[in-house]
Design a protein. Structure first.
Length: 229
């Protein structure tokens, strides 16, 4: 499988970077109490911080709002997933445990202040291209409705779009049957590649410490717009 970025995206932002973690032989189950407790404590501390500074003042959230807007989407109408999660927490509407894949994905998104998606690799068909959607791009999302992705970054395989930093599709959702997964990190463009590698290694290591299995990390950028799993 090849994963690539549409080269035209670099005309809008030549520092755009997408992180990829490929997980194999993982076990997705109910999150252990350690993860549940750590995630809850993190949210409670974040809630307190957000009483002093607004969600949109957080560096990662603010940076991705600018990226969002640069590709033509309205960040006030279509909020990226990290901002949506953080706004929930600012209202003390904490995230409830779902399963290990979703729980850790949400934790990383809050920690790094960036949108992140995780997908069942067995449900992805052919190669993957990260691009910007048009009027016809969309899917049934995890939010329970059809989502149009015009001017929004998205991941597309042979069957169409399946993921985005807005909301992910039902088709490729990770379940407790998932053993191989693809995690896509919409990295802050301001980070250096070394900082991006460090972030991905930290996330992959933590994920596999709990889920078992193995992981490999990759970065898509203008220097390397295509990688092969």
């Amino acid at each position: 499988m090849n994963i690539s970025i549409n080269p035209s995206l670099f005309q809008t932002n030549d520092q755009l970077k997408i992180g990829i973690i490929h997980y194999t032989k993982i076990v997705v189950s109910e999150s252990p109490q350690m993860i549940k407790g750590r995630t809850r404590l993190y949210q409670e501390n974040l809630f307190l911080e957000l009483q002093e500074t607004s969600v949109t003042e957080r560096p990662g959230i603010a940076e991705w709002r600018k990226v969002w807007k640069s590709f033509g989407a309205d960040p006030n109408r279509y909020r990226h997933s990290a901002e949506s999660l953080m706004r929930r927490i600012s209202k003390e509407n904490y995230l409830e445990p779902f399963h290990l894949g979703v729980d850790l994905n949400n934790f990383f998104s809050l920690q790094f202040e960036i949108p992140i998606g995780i997908y069942d690799l067995s449900k992805i068909q052919g190669d993957v291209v990260i691009t910007v959607g048009d009027e016809e791009t969309g899917y049934e999302g995890l939010n329970g409705r059809f989502n149009t992705l015009k001017n929004i970054l998205c991941s597309i395989d042979d069957d169409g779009a399946f993921g985005s930093p807005f909301v992910d599709s039902r088709r490729t959702a990770v379940t407790e049957e998932t053993t191989n997964a693809l995690q896509i990190f919409y990295l802050r463009p301001s980070l250096t590649e070394d900082e991006c590698h460090e972030l991905l290694q930290s996330a992959g290591k933590m994920f596999c410490q709990v889920s078992g299995g193995d992981y490999k990390t990759f970065i898509l950028s203008s220097n390397e717009p295509t990688i092969s799993l």
